[in-house]
Design a binder for this molecule. Structure first.
Ligand code: IVH
Length: 669
């Protein structure tokens, strides 16, 4: 049966689609979102609802389709119309000079951009619509990863020209790199660790692995991005230079490396840009491993031609590896908050890529065996971006090397360690083990949890060793005098720490839930649980079956929650936390709407009762949008001590200005 879709619904769907894509672009391409995540989710939900009522409204380009289609049995293949080439490498300036000579660079400009450490892909747009995507494969035939690329929010499903006089090309084959930002990668690994899953070695592996998922829903859950750097076939426009081609892609709404690229007029300028880029390497949001130098003139590219697998007109000038050789002096065992025993390599201090390294994780015994590492060996250490240092391989072995043996007892409390069925990691089973107690406290106070500024390792060690604190609820009974008596704690820092502890009393339900350190419950599942149940009591009393009704909560999470909340000691800690005044303004995490709906709030100056992120979270949970700067769209400005130009601007625009109490008043309405 064909039902007619009311014109009104069709118009609204089209409008929502356009707006969602616009916000994707603001977020992923321009790094400058205009609306909050909550507001984005609201638009998305409205579109999902509309499409559910009128299935004929669903188009392949709809942003709702980014959540991931059904899993594939296997990948089919796609043949590239033009070979996807790779690059020859130069490792130093003399190899670069040889290349400059080979191409006879005189008079040729060079387009230089960062070499992104990701996975190569080709996307095809016909009449401005995304139709397919593939991996490089052997250069001629790649795997069809169309459904997976569709899930990447920064990849436009329809091209729109933002430049006057530029029409959308009839056919566009664009090549680029799928990658992850360093911060997204770190968060992904943190989540995996929390769930007891395998972590990725580096952002490139994570990106490549995420792309090759047969289940696009898995890909959708990964923070992938795409940066385009070249063309395959192009019909409808004919750029004459590489820079022009990149600007064209940018004008069509694709993300490029324009911001980090430069047109250089010869070897000297290229050399300077290489040095600049290497100096900026750490501060870029993504991993790069060198500079790609391309002849800018496309006709000259054509003339220079290609070799078997790489063009003559381009080269990758690699950065020296961030690796160093040193001696592994010992392997110590660390006990984490879940009791997991992790071997850590102690190293003779060595500089790796601008940072001094004196230890490296070895993850587990399996890895030590695989790498054949023994105590006393000389080893190569590497550091990739924000990732913790790792041992790459053994270089040589002295006469006195010895094998590492995992202890049978916990090095901290002496309990016999256990390996659970189906697991490989040995754990200390004693939940009162001081290492676990300290680990749980550090987690409780951490940024994504209760966010107690100043509660670091040294403080936690002392608080536990002096028996001032046994569980998180004890933190709220500490006095400033007790804190001031700790080692290396001045009066002022004791007062600051006391204030941070106090401030953390006002929080959100997801933060508290995450802070409890329940196995498998990370930030994302804590948020989903809070949204679903709305109150702590309902989560504490929910059955496994009820818990599993929540998105992304599987049997492992449900079991772990159930086990945690049936434990009397845990319930006691929760009760003591609530008795100590931990609270979160209600209503909790209203899914849509809320008492502050329609308000656009800017915070400026200091707040007393909560941190800025907490205030933002609170406002958004009640339906407000939180903006970074004062514009005409802003409805309320919350100003505290130290407010500066934003307050002046708010006055000039005659906006409603509130102090902190005024804001809190609003949230209680
Ligand atoms: S241009 C003709 N530009 O590095 C070759 N490639 O190791 C076209 N890559 O296959 C490549 N960043 O996947 C180019 N800014 C960039 C790049 C880049 C990363 C990748 C690309 C290439 C591989 C070669």
């Amino acid at each position: 049966m064909v039902t007619r879709v009311p014109a009104e619904a069709a118009r609204r769907a089209e409008d929502l689609r356009r707006r969602l894509e616009h916000h994707n672009r603001r977020y992923y391409l321009l790094d400058d979102p205009e609306i909050s995540d909550a507001e984005y989710d609201r638009l998305m939900r409205e579109l999902l609802d509309l499409e559910a009522h009128h299935p004929s409204l669903v188009t392949p380009e709809s942003p709702t389709q980014r959540v991931g289609a059904r899993p594939l049995e296997k990948f089919s293949t796609i043949r590239h119309a033009r070979q996807m080439l790779s690059l020859q490498n130069a490792t130093d300036s003399s190899e670069m000079n040889e290349w400059f000579e080979r191409i006879g660079w005189t008079g040729l400009d060079l387009w230089c951009e960062p070499k992104i450490d990701g996975a190569a892909v080709e996307l095809i747009y016909e009449e401005g619509r995304f139709v397919s995507a593939s991996t490089r494969g052997d250069g001629w035939t790649g795997e069809d990863i169309t459904p997976n690329i569709r899930t990447i929010r920064g990849v436009p499903m329809s091209l729109v020209s933002s430049r006057q006089g530029l029409a959308v090309p009839r056919l566009l084959e664009v090549r680029g790199e799928v990658y992850m930002n360093k911060s997204d990668f770190a968060a992904l690994n943190r989540q995996a660790e929390e769930r007891g899953e395998k972590t990725f070695a580096n952002p490139r592996n994570a990106a490549a692995g995420s792309l090759r998922q047969l289940d696009p829903r898995m890909t959708a859950a990964r923070p992938l991005r795409l940066l385009s750097h070249g063309l395959g076939q192009l019909v409808g426009v004919s750029p004459a230079r590489q820079e022009e081609a990149i600007r064209l892609l940018d004008a069509l709404g694709l993300m490029t490396a324009l911001k980090w690229a430069k047109l250089c007029r010869g070897p000297e300028e290229t050399g300077r840009f290489y040095a600049d880029l290497e100096a900026a390497r750490e501060s870029l949001p993504f991993e790069i491993d060198g500079l790609v130098v391309k002849v800018d003139d496309l006709a000259a590219q054509e003339r220079l031609g290609v070799r078997a697998r790489s063009p003559r007109w381009a080269i990758a000038w690699k950065f020296p590896p961030r690796e160093a050789e040193t001696r592994l002096t010992d392997i110590r065992v660390q006990v984490g908050r879940t009791g997991a025993l992790t071997p850590v390599a102690m190293l003779e201090p060595v500089w790796v890529g601008g940072v001094q390294v004196s230890s490296a994780t070895l993850h587990n015994q399996e890895m030590i065996r695989e790498k054949g590492v023994r105590i006393g060996d000389r080893v190569i250490v590497t550091r990739a971006g924000d990732v913790i240092p790792e041992i790459v391989r053994v270089v040589s072995r002295g006469g006195e090397s010895r094998e590492f043996v995992m202890p049978e007892r916990c090095p901290v409390c002496g309990s016999v360690v256990l390996v659970a069925e189906g697991e490989v990691i040995p754990r200390c089973p004693n939940i009162s083990c001081l290492a676990q107690v300290k680990g749980r406290l550090l987690h409780f106070a951490s940024r994504g949890a209760m966010d107690i500024d100043g509660m670091g390792e040294k403080i936690v060690d002392q608080l536990v060793d002096k028996q001032l604190v046994k569980d998180p609820s004890d933190l709220y009974h500490l006095t400033q005098e007790q804190l001031a008596r700790l080692d290396r704690m001045a009066e002022k820092s004791a007062a600051n720490l006391m204030a941070s502890i106090d401030r953390s009393r006002v929080t959100t339900l997801p933060r508290l839930l995450h802070a409890l350190g329940i196995r498998h419950v990370g930030e994302a599942s804590a948020a989903a649980l809070s949204r679903h149940f709305g109150s702590l009591e309902s989560i504490m009393d929910a059955s496994e079956a009820d818990l599993m009704k929540v998105e992304d909560v599987g049997p492992a999470v449900a079991q772990s929650l159930r086990a945690f909340f049936t434990d009397k000691a845990n319930r006691r800690v929760v009760k003591r936390l609530l008795d100590a005044g931990i609270s979160w303004p209600k209503p909790e995490m209203k899914p849509a709407g809320g008492p502050l709906e329609g308000m656009v709030i800017v915070f400026t100056g200091e707040l007393e009762s909560m941190s800025r992120p907490q205030a933002k979270e609170l406002a958004e949970s009640m339906g407000a949008l939180v903006a970074p700067s004062v514009t005409k769209k802003v409805t309320h400005v919350v100003a505290g001590p130290g407010a500066g130009s934003k307050l002046d601007k708010a006055r000039a625009l005659k906006l409603t200005i509130l102090d902190e109490d005024g804001f809190l008043e609003l949230t209680r309405r």
